[in-house]
Each structure stands twice: as structure tokens, then as C-alpha cells.
Write a protein of this length. Structure first.
Lengths: 310, 449, 196
């Protein structure tokens, strides 16, 4: 493994498989009575969240604690890290704690990458701007892998705010790397320029997006308090882009429905589907902890993994 | 005081001079330019690139050996930001002028986005008087178009003109209100100051930080569409046509802007334009390749190769009149933030000439004479300055270039306080080796005297 | 037990072939059967990735000789090693422990193939602490190659050899490697990271 996990862009298909293989083992730790192993005892992991995020941070925290690592939490709203502090000062302040790993979420793309250049600690990107959220894509792929034995050749649809979703960004990279055919769909005001250059198909409407797909991934939609919102209202979004019960008949019988959470019930997905038999949303959450444990182990585990991997 | 520059290739497009010869300066004026040798007795001999000459400061007879070098009128940069008054931590008038002289420039136009903005006679006088005391280069001042550069009401243009401004601009910001810009053009024409437009539709660029394209999608950064510039360039050209007042478009960066300006010029509209060295040499890929280095963050943003090709074509066919650096220093503290929080801006005075000589002349078939024109008569004529020429009796502002001098751009060694330079570490062939302002040597071999 | 000095061996050496291997296991089994009392609730737990196969064989043999049912389990100590910082994970595929029964009150025979520094056993003991409270743990080793770094000794031992740290001792089992063998190499082979 490299020093950092900054994005799926830096991972080879082999490395992705390696992380998921290890995640299968770490998942079983979470299923025991005593959900803890001493492997990372004495290591310090800093969670540096410039953007509020309860579930991702909690997921990382649980992963850290199950490996017996020490967790230190910084959130900007708690004003322990001042906004506008230079990268170098932030890095120096953090380095003073001698952390082994820093998990960062930031509202601007590239921040983890700049920090990784100047710090010895391993940096894990927990979401940077509209760019990447690599552990999300990994846990999504793990969830798919559990249900579908062969990844290559699968057809996956991603529906929603493709332009500003780092979940979409990482998933598109991850899935296309692993030989999956990806189709995206959303209001055109939410598709980036040059979307096809990402190596994806673009469906003109929801029905065409989901027909014949093995996986349908919904992205979270937020109402935009903006001078020029990209869609009129959540109601209209749901009407034309939300996955509703009436769409079930277009889905393959073994199709799985995914969502990174938190769900906006009744906007991007109807509650009955979110709670229904096709949904694997709760598995995603469990896999999140497992994948994050695997990532921490691989980043902190010395170089022997390379000697084995030939 | 006599100074002769001997044996260099003298290129002055404004005087139709391009031959090997000698140039004589007496006190602060050009005395003679000739193919025949000019000799002065008891002169201290100076060879750029050679051994440092002793006691140049005291000498009143100097002979510069310019064999193999190019002798041109002093270069003019009509777009720089010196942060004084207000942000002296980022740059002062003094450090800015030093950077200019070190970079081979003898005149600069300083933009008014200081703190407070240069929107009054007193601020204009402060800036001009300070510059005059330092004296390294000629500093021309631009005043603001609107009070406080807020776009609401006209600044004291008449009073500032009396104090000596040669142009007005709200650069850094665009005058978004069409009628406001129209009034500015009309009023400015009464005072003979050139209106310089930072053409950017803020309702299109919004919170963007880089060019909208595949790279911005890939990098996940909020984008600025090219049309944010094009739309406003068209508006500004139209207003110039409506009022029949000349307008100068700052830092043109898109292919479409070049096309609009070309058509406007053909139609006889009085529009001029400038382009920066970074827009001529870097694309949006630089943001990716540098791993989100904020030294690539600039407004207008770095665009695509298609835009670069169109800008060069614009230089070749005269659509673009001048190259200007838009030298924009910022403190390291300010720049060392995430890509959204960091301010826009790149320094340019001390990298412009090597970048242009190496990447445009040596590599891109922009003739040297044309490059010189874009740094001399081009900008001089935009502002209506009596500059950029080597005519007998003109003020002796001279730039001596060595098209073969190898340099490596090292921001740590800049005279400017700004280190925000995307050309850091670039090895380039071509550099200014001597800057003469008002007949005095200000810079020799990259060092200020 | 006599310790065989193998420190001069400079080439690959078969310490025990299939027949000798069977003999070692038979001896161990006999000793274990003799030691166990009627009250003992016996369990055999082997340390992956070969000790678990030996544990299965000993358990089957035990059941055969005594007619008593015993629990069998496998322990994966990858997450419990104390040298994680320097060495990391020994294999990317961790098969994880499989102990489907409670260890509380049991007489556990902890079965391992090669005893070396003792760190594997230390990790196993920590692991047991998480799983429950045994009545007692007896350590069963096929081979002891010396060079201990911790105060840990086997209760039941097949073979004792003296080795150098540069040498590499490993065991192959039919269930995994196609044959039963104990091998000595002059140096650690490049491929594979099988723990001691």
C-alpha cells in the first residue's frame, strides 16, 4: 500500500481486491461477542473533519476502536482547528501529536492531497469536495461483491447529483476499473460537462437508467439554498428522478438497491424500497466499518504485504 | 552622463529598427542609434554575463558590450498589482518596482485594488510620489472606476486624472452593471484616461475556482465556464461601440474572446486587448499535475490548449496588442489554504521574459520582433503613452535581452515578496540581462544595482 | 528428550518424512490420552494455518481411542501478533478463527506446528482471554526449534531441534500441501510468509 489512501484514482484493481479480501476478515471481528482485536494498540488516529458528518466519522471511529487504536476527534465547528489556518500550520499542529493516521473530510477537493505531501502520517480521504470518497466506493463494491459473485460485466446505474457527488466520483472510478458497465442519470443541470469522458453511459430517464441493471445506486439530494438552484424542488425531483414503487417492475428480480446515506425518504427513494427486500443499505453500513478497518490495517501494516503479493 | 550600448542587435518595432549597431544615451535621453560604431572615451566597460564591473554607480561614462544580445526599448507591463497601501505584507511599491526592474521592465501600470482602493486623488498622489522617490522604473497608476471598487457609483475620476492616473479599472472585479460601465466609458473620455475592463460575469463564474472542463470534473473543484468571460467581453465591446470610447480588455484567456475582439477590430470598434504569459503557456492540467497547488489558481483561470492556440494566433495577427503579467503577489499564509479559500493570483514580473522567450519565441514560432512589440509599442499605444520607442530624444528606457541565457525560475530568490509562481523550477533559455530606466542602469545580470 | 543440532546444515533438510511425522503424532496422542481424566472436558484448538489440521487429526485420534466426543476449533492470531508494526500482516487472506463452542471450563489442547520465539503462542493466549475462561490450556507442539524470546514451553512435544535464527523451519500437511513433512531451510525462502 502507498502511504495514503487519497482516492480510488491511485488504486490498482489488485489493490482494490486486496482491501476487500481483508475486509471480509475484519467484518467477522464485528460479528463476535468481543468486537475488538489488539492489532493497532498504541497507534493514534486523528479524525479531522472540516465538514460535519456523523455517520462517516462514527464509522471510522468504530473501526479504529475495534482495532484498539486511540482516536482523537477534531471538528471545525468545535473550533479546535481554525478556518483559514494555513495548511502548513495545520500540519505542524497535527504532527505535534505524532499521529499515525489522519482521516480527513474537507469541503474543498485536494486538501487531503496537499496535507499528504507535507506530513509523514498516513492520510485517509474521508471525502474532499466534489472529488472522491474512496472508502465509500470500497464499501459499496464490497456490498456488491457479497451479492454478485462476478464483478466484471455487471451493469450498475448511479442516479442523482453526479456533478457534485464525491460518492459518484469514487464509485465511477472504482466500478469502471473493475470492469463494470456504469450508467449515470440525473437532471442535466446536475451532470458535469464531459460526463461521457468518465467512461460512463448517460441514460435519458430513470426507467432507461434502471432497466436491466444489476445494481441501482441512489445519491442523496439536498434542497439548494442557492441563487441559482439546479432543480426546482424536492417534490419535482422525486416525481421525475426518484425511485418509486412504480419502478420496481422495471428492475431485474435480483437487482440490489444501494444508497450511501443518509436517505431522504420520499425524495430520491421511496421508503418502501429503502426498507424493502431489494435494499442492501444496511449492509453498506456494516461493510463501512469492515472496509475502514481493512484500510487502517493495510496503511499501518508495514511493507510485508508487498512481499506476499507476488 | 554618457552610456553607450555596443554591438547588440537593436530591435525597436516602433522605430522600424532591426540591425546590429550602437545606441548612445546622454543623461536621461536617447542621443543616437546607429549602425556605425559609437565610442566614448574613458568609459567603464560592462559585459552582461561577464565579470562584475567595479564602481558602476559612480561612473558617468559607461560602455555596455552587447555583442550577441538584443537591445530593445524598455519593456512595459500594463497590468501589475502592488499591494501598497494596505497589504504591504504581500508587496510594497518598492518590492514591486524591484521585481519589475529585475524582470527587465522599465514601466508598469499599477492596478487600483489596494486597501483602500485607489479611488481618490490623495491615494493616487501617495502612490505616485512614493514611486517617484524609489525611481527604479516608471510607475503609472490606474484609478478605480467606481468608489471603493464596489460598482455602485463613479470614483473621482477627474481628480485622479489631475493627479496623474493614465487609466481606470475595477480590476479584480467586474463592473457588473451595464449602465455603470457605460457611464464610466463616457466620463473617462473627458479626461483622457483609458478604461481597462476585467471582463467577468460574476453570475456565471460564481464560486468557481478553475476552468470548467474535464479537468475540473475530474478534480472535483467548482468550475468557471469560459462563457463567464466571453459574455462580458461582448458586453464591453458593445459598450465601446455604443459610446465610441476606446476600451482595453484585460487578461484575455478564451478562444471565443479572441474571436470577438478580432471581429470588433475589423468593424472598427476601438477595443484593445492583453494576454498574460501564464495564459499563453499553461493549461488547466496544471492544477491536476501540481496536485491542487494554489500557485495555479488565477482569475481568469488556466484554460485549454485550444485557447492557448487561439491566443497565440491573436498575438500573431494583431488581435491582441500587449502581453501583460497581471503580477498578483499574495502572502504564503494567504495562498497556503485549500483551493477554494486561497485567493486568485500569480506573480509574473520575474518569470515573464524567460517564459516568453523560451516557450513562445524559441519553441512556438512567435518572432522575437513581435514579442518585443507586444511589450513595447503595443502596451504604450494602449495607454497612449509616449514610450516603448528608441527615438532620438526619447526617455532612455532600455531592456537588454540574452535569448540564450539559461535560467531556472526560483521564487525564493525573487525581489517580489510573492512566491506564488507556477513556473517554479522551470529551466528556460532567455532572460533580461540589463534594465536601464531614464538612462541609468537599474539591473545587471538579474541583480539590482 | 534429545535435542538434535541442525545448526550446521547448509542445505534443505527433511527433518521428518511422512512416516516419522505419523510417529510423532502418534506419540503425542498417546501422551495426551494418558494425561486426560474422566472429568476433563476436552477441546483441541489448532493455530492456523497448519496447527488447525494437526488439531483435527489429534481430535479424531482421541475420539477413536477413547470414544469420547471432543470439540475442535481453529485460531487465527493475525490480528493479535505484537510485531504488527514491523511486519504487518503475514497474509492478505485471513481465514479467521473458528471456535463454535464455549471454552469456559474446558481443558484446551492448543496445537501448533513449530515453536520458535513464542510470540505466536503469546498472541494465542491473548486471544483466549477474549473468548472465555478455560480450565487449563496445554500447549502441544510438533517441533520446538529453540531461540525463545518469551518464557513459554510446550507441555507436549514431538521433536526438539537446535537451529540458527537465519534458518527456516516449516511443516507441511497433507490437507494443505499434499504431504506430511517437516523441513529445514538454510535461509527464509522468498515466497510466502508462513509464520513460525
Amino acid at each position: 500500500m502507498k502511504k495514503d489512501l487519497l482516492g480510488i484514482a491511485d488504486l490498482t484493481p489488485f489493490e482494490i481486491s486486496m482491501i476487500l479480501d481483508l475486509a471480509e476478515s475484519t467484518k467477522s471481528i464485528s460479528e463476535r461477542t468481543i468486537k475488538k482485536v489488539p492489532t493497532l494498540r498504541g497507534r493514534t488516529v486523528v479524525n479531522l473533519f472540516f465538514e460535519p458528518s456523523t455517520r462517516t466519522r462514527l464509522s471510522f471511529e468504530v473501526a479504529q476502536k475495534r482495532l484498539s487504536a486511540d482516536t482523537v476527534n477534531f471538528s471545525v465547528s468545535g473550533s479546535s482547528i481554525s478556518k483559514g489556518e494555513t495548511l502548513v500550520d495545520t500540519a505542524k499542529n497535527l504532527a505535534a501529536m505524532s499521529p499515525n493516521v489522519i482521516v480527513i473530510r474537507h469541503s474543498v477537493a485536494g486538501y487531503p492531497h496537499r496535507l499528504a505531501k507535507i506530513m509523514d502520517a498516513s492520510i485517509v480521504n474521508a471525502g474532499d469536495g466534489f472529488h472522491e470518497h474512496p472508502t465509500q466506493a470500497l464499501l459499496d463494491l464490497m456490498t456488491i461483491r457479497e451479492r454478485k459473485p462476478k464483478i466484471e460485466g455487471l451493469k450498475v446505474a448511479i442516479v442523482g447529483d453526479i456533478a457534485r457527488s464525491r460518492v459518484a466520483g469514487s464509485n465511477i472510478l472504482c466500478l469502471t476499473k473493475m470492469g463494470v458497465e456504469v450508467t449515470v442519470m440525473g437532471p442535466s443541470s446536475m451532470l458535469p460537462l464531459h460526463v461521457r469522458r468518465l467512461g460512463v453511459n448517460v441514460a435519458p430517464n430513470l426507467k432507461e437508467a434502471i432497466i436491466g441493471k444489476d445494481v441501482v445506486m441512489l445519491l442523496r439530494i439536498q434542497a439548494e439554498r442557492d441563487a441559482a438552484p439546479r432543480f426546482p424542488s424536492p417534490r419535482e425531483y422525486n416525481r421525475y428522478f426518484g425511485l418509486k414503487m412504480e419502478h420496481i417492475k422495471y428492475l431485474k428480480s435480483d437487482c440490489i438497491i444501494m444508497h450511501p446515506g443518509p436517505i431522504n425518504r420520499g425524495v430520491e427513494i421511496d421508503p418502501e424500497i429503502a426498507d424493502g427486500p431489494l435494499s442492501v443499505i444496511l449492509d453498506q453500513v456494516a461493510n463501512g466499518v469492515a472496509v475502514r478497518m481493512a484500510v487502517l490495517l493495510l496503511l499501518l501494516g508495514g511493507r510485508s504485504i508487498y512481499e506476499i503479493s507476488d | 552622463m554618457k552610456l553607450v550600448i555596443k554591438g547588440g542587435r537593436i530591435i525597436s518595432p516602433g522605430d522600424r529598427i532591426d540591425y546590429v549597431g550602437d545606441l548612445l544615451v546622454e543623461n536621461d535621453r536617447i542621443k543616437r542609434v546607429s549602425r556605425k560604431p559609437i565610442d566614448i572615451r574613458d568609459a567603464v566597460l560592462v559585459r552582461p554575463g561577464g565579470r562584475p564591473a567595479k564602481s558602476l554607480k559612480k561612473a558617468d561614462r559607461i560602455a555596455i558590450d552587447a555583442k550577441g544580445l538584443v537591445v530593445a526599448p524598455g519593456f512595459i507591463d500594463i497590468h501589475v498589482h502592488f499591494r501598497e497601501p494596505g497589504r504591504e505584507d504581500a508587496e510594497t511599491i518598492e518590492t514591486g518596482m524591484k521585481a519589475a526592474a529585475a524582470g527587465g521592465f522599465t514601466s508598469v501600470l499599477a492596478m487600483p485594488n489596494t486597501t483602500p482602493a485607489n479611488d481618490s486623488q490623495s491615494t493616487t498622489l501617495f502612490i505616485l510620489q512614493k514611486a517617484a522617490r524609489i525611481g527604479l522604473v516608471h510607475l503609472f497608476a490606474a484609478g478605480a472606476i467606481t468608489q471603493g471598487r464596489e460598482g455602485q457609483s463613479l470614483a473621482a475620476i477627474g481628480e485622479m486624472a489631475e493627479a496623474g492616473i493614465v487609466a481606470i479599472s475595477d480590476d479584480g472585479d467586474c463592473v457588473m452593471n451595464g449602465t455603470m460601465m457605460r457611464r464610466a466609458l463616457e466620463y473617462a473620455s473627458d479626461f483622457g484616461v483609458r478604461v481597462v475592463s476585467h471582463s467577468e460575469d460574476r453570475t456565471l463564474s460564481r464560486d468557481g475556482v478553475m476552468h470548467e472542463g474535464f479537468v475540473s470534473t475530474k478534480l472535483g473543484l467548482p468550475p468557471i465556464p469560459a462563457q463567464a468571460e466571453t459574455v462580458m467581453v461582448y458586453r464591453d465591446i458593445s459598450l465601446s461601440s455604443l459610446t465610441d470610447v476606446p476600451i482595453h480588455i484585460a487578461h484575455v484567456s478564451t478562444k471565443e474572446s479572441v474571436e470577438l475582439i478580432r471581429r470588433a477590430k475589423r468593424a472598427g470598434i476601438k477595443v484593445t486587448a492583453e494576454v498574460t504569459p501564464h495564459h499563453l503557456t499553461l493549461t488547466d492540467e496544471a492544477v491536476d499535475e501540481s496536485d491542487y497547488d494554489t500557485s495555479t489558481k488565477v482569475n481568469p483561470p488556466l484554460r485549454t490548449q485550444d485557447d492557448i492556440d487561439a491566443l497565440i494566433e491573436g498575438l500573431l495577427d494583431g488581435t491582441i496588442d500587449a502581453i501583460a503579467t497581471d503580477h498578483a503577489p499574495h502572502t504564503t499564509t494567504d495562498k497556503e489554504q485549500d483551493y477554494v479559500a486561497a485567493p486568485f493570483g500569480i506573480v509574473g514580473l520575474e518569470s515573464a521574459l524567460p517564459v516568453c522567450l523560451d516557450r513562445l519565441c524559441a519553441k512556438k514560432q512567435l518572432p522575437l520582433e513581435l514579442l518585443i512589440q507586444k511589450f513595447t509599442t503595443g502596451p504604450a499605444d494602449v495607454l497612449g503613452l509616449n514610450s516603448g520607442r528608441l527615438a532620438k530624444g526619447a526617455i532612455a528606457d532600455i531592456t537588454v535581452l540574452d535569448p540564450k541565457r539559461e535560467v531556472t525560475i526560483d521564487p525564493a530568490k525573487f525581489y517580489s515578496k510573492g512566491r506564488n509562481c507556477p513556473f517554479d523550477g522551470w529551466s528556460l533559455a532567455g532572460a533580461p540581462v540589463c534594465t536601464i530606466t531614464s538612462g541609468q542602469i537599474k539591473m545587471l545580470d538579474g541583480k539590482l544595482l | 528428550m534429545q535435542t538434535i543440532d541442525l545448526r550446521d546444515h547448509k542445505r534443505e533438510f527433511v527433518m521428518a518424512d511422512a512416516e516419522q511425522f505419523k510417529g510423532l503424532l502418534d506419540t503425542l496422542l498417546g501422551e495426551i490420552v494418558a494425561a486426560v481424566t474422566a472429568d476433563d472436558e476436552v477441546a483441541f484448538i489448532g493455530i492456523r494455518s497448519r496447527g488447525n489440521h494437526l488439531a483435527r487429526r489429534l481430535a479424531d485420534g482421541f475420539m477413536g481411542r477413547t470414544g469420547r466426543e471432543v470439540d475442535v476449533g481453529a485460531l487465527d492470531i493475525s490480528f493479535y501478533r505484537d510485531d504488527f508494526a514491523a511486519v504487518g500482516l503475514h497474509q492478505p487472506q485471513i481465514n479467521d478463527s473458528r471456535i463454535d463452542f464455549s471454552i469456559d471450563g474446558k481443558t484446551v489442547f492448543l496445537v501448533d506446528d513449530v515453536l520458535y520465539t513464542g510470540r505466536t503462542i503469546r498472541a494465542a493466549l491473548i486471544c483466549f482471554a477474549d473468548l472465555g475462561r478455560t480450565k487449563c490450556i496445554r500447549l502441544v507442539e510438533l517441533i520446538d526449534r529453540g531461540l525463545r524470546e518469551l518464557p513459554i514451553e510446550p507441555d507436549y512435544l514431538g521433536m526438539s531441534v537446535e537451529t540458527l535464527p537465519s534458518q527456516w523451519v516449516c511443516v507441511e500437511v497433507v490437507e494443505r500441501d499434499g504431504q506430511d513433512r517437516a523441513l529445514l531451510f538454510p535461509s527464509r525462502p522468498k515466497r510466502g510468509g508462513r509464520g513460525e
